[in-house]
Design a protein around this ligand. Structure first.
Ligand code: ADP
Length: 329
């Protein structure tokens, strides 16, 4: 196995959706074959917006279950909870001291979240990308599987790494984003990114009936007003989902027949439903099994913490040395 490391994280802020799965998880799963992967349930990130502490423990467990049900193998990769390895926030502090505020103010997700929650623009929200940089470089990860909404964060991580290495000497590699084949799925509204916080999602554990209820009313190509109008697949989020879930024959068929007005949107959605369920049903079976064995999942997270901590301590030793504070640790 290559010594190259991979890090990625998902917030325990609700059930995982098909955007998370297609944009990030598929690559996270595939990379396990050739890399040493560390996957985080990033609970400190989830605290930058309103959250309910009573739900946190269960959300973390659910997130771990979703990871494993989708194909993250805890015997091969490290599955850990961010807040259990305190070096994440420690390193974030250090990186804060070399990150100009102007870099953070221009991050698109900060601007979006500030608009979504104008009553709760906290320091954590602004500082989110620095903590994310710390998450990644703490493990000296070189590859970061993510959806395309994370690209500005990754670029910032690289800038921070360059600044740290040039100020104090080389410690961190510059990580690269690895995007999914379909790197962004829009929500059922067909406008916004599919996101837990926007309630516009198809969740990994939605039943066939729930998925159909959502798909049947999901927004398609807005220019196609009537069944007899030729459609524009490239402007349709349902077609994007086809690209993520369907075989080439179905994708080609839907594109061709949509353009020729040979099929209507509902016909196209029915084909998608079948293909989506085919992929999600085995994941749902594993989710149900894992939910029966809560203790085993908790045990995996304790083990993950231990392995992650070993690497984190090693990196921080190098950081202390570069900063001239090692003598007192
Ligand atoms: P959310 O945005 O739903 O809160 P997270 O911020 O926890 O999800 O994102 C976890 C991973 O899933 C990230 O790598 C992110 O880029 C990816 N992701 C989230 N939403 C989408 C989407 N709609 N399409 C593609 N990838 C996505």
């Amino acid at each position: 196995m290559s010594q190259k490391r991979v890090f990625s994280g998902i917030q325990p802020s609700g059930r995982l959706h098909v955007g998370n799965y297609v944009g990030a998880m598929r690559n996270m799963i595939a990379l396990q074959k050739d890399y040493f992967c560390i996957y985080g349930i990033v609970d400190y990130h989830a605290m930058t917006v309103h959250f309910d502490p009573k739900e946190m423990e269960q959300s973390i467990l659910d997130c771990a279950i979703d990871y494993m049900a989708a194909g993250i193998d805890p015997d091969r990769s490290v599955l850990m909870v961010q807040s259990t390895v305190s070096e994440h926030t420690e390193l974030a502090w250090i990186l804060n001291t070399i990150t100009p505020i102007s870099w953070l103010l221009r991050v698109p997700t900060f601007k979006e979240k500030r608009e979504q929650n104008p009553d709760y623009v906290n320091m954590g929200l602004l500082d989110y990308p620095v903590l994310m940089a710390a998450d990644i470089v703490l493990y000296k990860a070189e590859v970061v599987p993510v959806g395309d909404d994370q690209l500005p964060h990754l670029e910032l991580t690289r800038e921070i790494v360059r600044r740290f290495n040039s100020l104090f000497g080389h410690v961190f590699p510059e990580p690269k984003a690895q995007l999914g084949e379909v790197a962004r799925i829009l929500g059922l509204d067909g406008v916004n990114k599919m996101s837990k916080s926007l309630d516009n999602c198809i969740y990994l554990d939605d039943s066939r009936e729930e998925i159909w209820k959502k798909l049947s009313t999901a927004v398609t190509d807005v220019r196609r007003k009537r069944r007899t109008d030729p459609g524009n697949p490239e402007e349709c989020n349902i077609f994007t989902m086809h690209k993520a879930f369907s075989k080439k024959e179905d994708i080609d068929y839907c594109a061709r027949e949509c353009r020729a007005a040979g099929i209507g949107c509902l016909d196209c959605k029915k084909i998608l439903l079948e293909n989506m369920c085919k992929e999600l049903e085995p994941i749902q079976k594993r989710q149900a099994q894992l939910r029966e064995d809560r203790d085993a999942v908790q045990e995996i997270l304790v083990r993950g913490r231990k392995r992650a901590k070993e690497i984190a301590v090693q990196t921080m030793g190098e950081v202390y040395t570069k900063l001239g504070i090692n003598a007192y640790h």
